[in-house]
Design a protein around this ligand. Structure first.
Ligand code: SAH
Length: 264
């Protein structure tokens, strides 16, 4: 029997298990294209949010520098060999994909410093437009020559990465919008988008146990055990490393970064 996780909503009311929860989402109302209303509710929420760091971080824009510092350290600890090969010239330009990119905060604070090219994927129009204005072809050229290349205005559940394009797929603070089934199929498509020795990174809030539903933005905060279940059991993948974020405000959820890849 696969493990079962118990959920609560953001007022602390019990809402059953992951199994019954996702079943209800799938059986519930659909939008015009036949997708669960779950997704539309998420987009409708983000449509009302300011295209700023404080907007995409729920008022916590000031954690961005600690976030970027930890990301750079975690990247060195997991993809260090690839970065080194690039530095000494035995590997060509490095490419990353910023998934659920918002206004491109993760790209501008971290990814674009490390990778020659970054693609951004973000379904909310005023966010991806802002990202493109800040980082796209019209923005000032960078001294290191690194560029934000493609701006894809699609949700993760509809994103099909180009095969073998990415050294890193970075998914931060957005995968709670995906149902478990869409999570699994999205990660499989991402794996097809990886280059040799590439990795998929997930940085997310961790619920203490089970999961917590956010009724406002239509997302779910999974526990560490729940993530490990999705990576190791549902996908059958290897979790190369995971690490807790340091120096974040105590009132927030714990935040953990995972580096994952399919088993060879
Ligand atoms: N990763 C960015 C943005 C975090 S805010 C950062 O760390 O700054 C959460 C983001 O998830 C928002 O930009 C929101 O529009 C996006 N999002 C919501 N539903 C999504 C979906 N189905 N697929 C991809 N992104 C989604």
């Amino acid at each position: 029997m696969p493990p079962v996780f118990k959920g609560v909503d953001d007022s602390g009311n019990s809402i059953g298990t992951n199994v019954s929860f996702w079943k209800a989402v799938a059986a519930g109302s659909k939008d015009a294209s036949g997708k669960p209303l779950w997704y539309k509710k998420g987009i409708d929420y983000w449509d009302t949010v300011d295209a700023t760091d404080d907007g995409v971080l729920g008022g916590y824009g000031h954690v961005s520098s600690a976030d970027a510092k930890e990301n750079a350290e975690f990247l060195r600890a997991t993809l260090g060999d690839v970065l080194e090969q690039r530095r000494v010239g035995t590997r060509g330009p490095l490419v990353a994909c910023d998934c659920g990119a918002g206004i491109g905060r993760v790209t501008s604070s971290f990814l674009i410093h490390e990778f020659d090219e970054v693609d951004l994927v973000e379904p909310v129009r005023h966010f991806i437009d802002k990202a493109e204005a800040l980082l796209g072809a019209g923005a000032p050229a960078r001294a290191d020559g690194h560029v934000a290349k493609n701006f894809f205005a699609v949700p993760l559940e509809g994103f099909e990465p180009e095969p073998e394009r990415y050294d890193a797929v970075w998914i931060q603070w957005c995968v709670g919008h995906l149902t478990d089934d869409d999570f699994v199929s999205f990660f499989k498509r991402c794996a097809a988008g990886l280059r040799r020795d590439g990795l998929i990174f997930v940085k997310e809030n961790n619920a203490k146990d089970g999961f917590v539903l956010d009724t406002e933005d239509s997302s779910l905060t999974r526990s560490h055990k729940y993530f490990m279940h999705l990576f190791e059991e549902r996908l059958g993948w290897e979790v190369v490393k995971h690490r807790m974020q340091k120096d974040f405000p105590a009132e927030l959820f714990k935040v953990r970064t995972y580096a994952v890849k399919p088993r060879a």
